[in-house]
Design a protein around this ligand. Structure first.
Ligand code: ZN
Ligand code: ZN
Length: 646
């Protein structure tokens, strides 16, 4: 914004060199960081009448920001137009969301089209109609340069037509690094890593782009070590290379390595863009590493990315996922040009935290703002209704989505609806909804139904849900465990034993539960009955002290959740050592008073822990936030935001 202010206030002579330099800087800024800077119309006129090069840049910049109207305004006010001018405006129309017919008419009008004009049109055919139409246009092109061939090859590669791609690749007159990396990426995309590797090693001169394509490929196939080896060997790394590595780490569940690499990226002097930030913040969210996320935020504030919508939205998601809704909201308010992704991030944030009314209120505000909701918005809205217990409203929104907005239902919507109806105990309706699904139900939906049956103690439907779940996913530990829980609750131990046996026969392994907490930017992990943590003695002392106080306050351990054929006393002990209790006790010892304790769990919080944490929040006067696989629980003064349904 600094340059824009400079342009406006200095009122410089549009013909002066400094004015032009300022504008060029502005263009560079928009190019590098996709910052959208609309110029005052005064600048349009003065500039365009006097400087063809500057005007061309301005058109290109508008085209990139998706502001076609402004691009056209500049174009039409120009007295002299070069082929570059025509190409810039053609690009504006040929873009993904542009209008093919307008682009085609414009293309016909270009007095002296060059290869660039043809290539833009070729890409336009690809975007709008795919490879058949593009190939016909390609074959009609009289003059082709390497870029034309590359566009066509990439087009084939992107839709997995590697046979066609390699035929063109074989006969193209001059291959460059873009051609080689298009082939490598293409093989990776269609799942042929061997062919990708072969192509990579066949490249005569390996460029940064080809290497980066190969790194992305290795990461996609989980071959992190191979990617790391290439990365180490590279003397020159571009922003894309760094981003590929960071995103690769995060996607492979190694968020901590991603964060480390992000730090060394900054140390190396490379400037991150919105994409690097999105990956690294996703890593923070996955780890729920709020303090690390805050550090990234501080870096963003000092960079030109601070006014970038995508970067801002990634930060909102990170704060929301790490449980800091206040900060998420403050950021949301500050975003000047909110897109659908920003709205969705904030609405989902509220919904996941059980702030259903706030989420729905924001949804109204969004529509009031003229923003059209998409399918992700409705997932958030249904989730909000679910967590606020607004069953009928949820049903209304579900119908409205299809009828008024023409949005196709997705498995996620059905999952929310089954949860919503299940919560209200309307189990037969939930079953009917599953039966009415236009696609094959996914295993998770029966898992949700099973959970509802467990809570409402409906054994018949629980068996139905479990049977379906295990049929679709025989390795589902959740299916067995939930069903076993239903039987255990009714003391039908012979059934519990039978389920255990079939789990063993089917070699089903229950994912071990663990919880973690971030203390001073360091993530501490706990497993149930942990014996590894160095400060375990004081943690147990704290837990025993808490247990006494809790029992005085009326807490009775809920042994339903200790699925072990052991004595009652030992069951209590086992419950006390559940990983989330260990993490919370550690938090009580380490997190300064007045600050909330944030704990994360890889499985659903068990019923006993849930009750215990409610007591702990009241006894210790602490706000405790627990994120499990399904939602956030905000415990305060003996209550939980989920109203005991999760
Ligand atoms: Zn527990
Ligand atoms: Zn809760």
């Amino acid at each position: 914004m600094y340059f824009l202010r400079l342009l406006r206030t200095n009122n410089q002579n549009p013909l002066s060199t400094s004015y032009f330099l300022t504008l060029t800087k502005l263009q560079t800024l928009t190019q590098n960081h996709q910052i959208y800077v609309p110029l005052h119309s005064y600048h349009h006129e003065t500039l365009t009448q006097n400087n063809v090069v500057a005007s061309n840049k301005l058109i290109a910049s508008y085209a990139r920001s998706g502001d076609t109207d402004s691009a056209v305004r500049v174009f039409e006010s120009m007295k002299v137009k070069s082929t570059v001018t025509w190409n810039s405006i053609l690009s504006a129309f040929a873009k993904k969301h542009g209008n093919f017919e307008q682009a085609r008419q414009l293309f016909e009008k270009i007095p002296e089209p060059n290869t660039v004009s043809y290539n833009i049109m070729l890409a336009c055919h690809l975007h709008h109609f795919g490879v058949g139409s593009a190939r016909a246009f390609f074959d009609r092109m009289e003059v082709k340069d390497t870029a034309s061939w590359n566009t066509m090859i990439s087009g084939y590669a992107q839709v997995g037509l590697m046979g066609e791609a390699s035929m063109l690749f074989a006969v193209m007159p001059e291959k460059n690094c873009v051609s080689w990396s298009a082939m490598v990426s293409g093989y990776v995309a269609c799942g042929d890593l061997d062919a990708a590797v072969e192509c990579f090693y066949a490249a005569p001169v390996r460029s940064v782009i080809t290497w980066t394509a190969m790194i992305t490929g290795y990461m996609k196939f989980g071959r992190v070590e191979s990617a790391e080896r290439l990365f180490r060997e590279m003397s020159l790394k571009t922003l894309v290379t760094w981003n590929a590595m960071i995103a690769g780490y995060v996607e492979n569940g190694r968020a901590e390595d991603g964060l480390k690499l992000f730090k060394s990226m900054l140390e190396s002097g490379a400037k991150p863009n919105a994409l690097s930030l999105t990956s690294v913040l996703l890593g923070c969210s996955n780890l729920s590493a709020l303090q690390l996320g805050k550090q990234v935020h501080q870096l963003v504030c000092k960079s030109p990315l601070s006014s970038d919508t995508t970067a801002g939205t990634s930060l909102i998601s990170m704060y929301a996922k790490c449980g800091d809704l206040k900060e998420a909201w403050e950021l949301f308010v500050q975003i000047p040009r909110k897109d659908i992704v920003s709205w969705n991030a904030m609405i989902s944030g509220y919904a996941q935290h059980g702030a259903g009314e706030k989420a729905l209120h924001l949804f109204d505000e969004m529509r009031h703002d003229g923003m059209k909701p998409d399918w992700i918005t409705f997932v958030a809205v249904l989730l909000a209704c679910n967590h606020a217990g607004l069953v009928d409203l949820g049903v209304q929104y579900f119908n409205m989505m299809v009828r008024d907005f023409g949005i196709k239902t997705k498995p996620e919507h059905y999952a929310c609806m089954v949860d919503l109806l299940g919560r209200a105990g309307r189990l037969p309706e939930a079953v009917d909804l599953i039966k009415s699904m236009p696609f094959k139900p996914h295993p998770a939906i029966f898992g949700t139904l099973l959970g509802a049956c467990r809570i409402h103690k409906n054994l018949d439907l629980a068996e139905f849900a479990a049977k379906n779940l295990l049929e679709l996913d025989p390795s589902s530990a959740t299916g067995y465990v939930q069903l076993a829980n239903v039987y255990a609750a009714q003391n039908r131990w012979e059934h519990v034993a039978r389920i255990r046996r079939s789990m063993k026969e089917n070699k089903v392994v229950k994912a071990p539960g663990y919880s973690w907490i971030e203390i001073s930017s360091e993530v501490h992990e706990f497993r149930s009955s942990d014996r590894l943590h160095p400060e375990l003695a004081s943690i147990h002392e704290k837990l025993n002290e808490l247990e006494k106080k809790m029992k005085l306050a009326g807490y009775v351990p809920d042994l339903e959740f200790a699925l072990h054929d052991v004595g009652e006393e030992l069951k209590e002990q086992l419950l006390l050592w559940h990983s989330e209790k260990l993490a919370i006790a550690y938090g009580l010892l380490k997190v300064p008073l007045g600050l909330p304790i944030r704990v994360f769990k890889n499985l659903r919080v068990c019923g006993d822990c849930h009750t215990a944490i409610k007591y702990i929040s009241a006894i210790e006067g602490r706000e405790i936030i627990v994120r499990d696989t399904t939602r956030f629980h905000h415990f305060k003064d003996g209550f939980c935001s989920c109203s005991d349904y999760w």
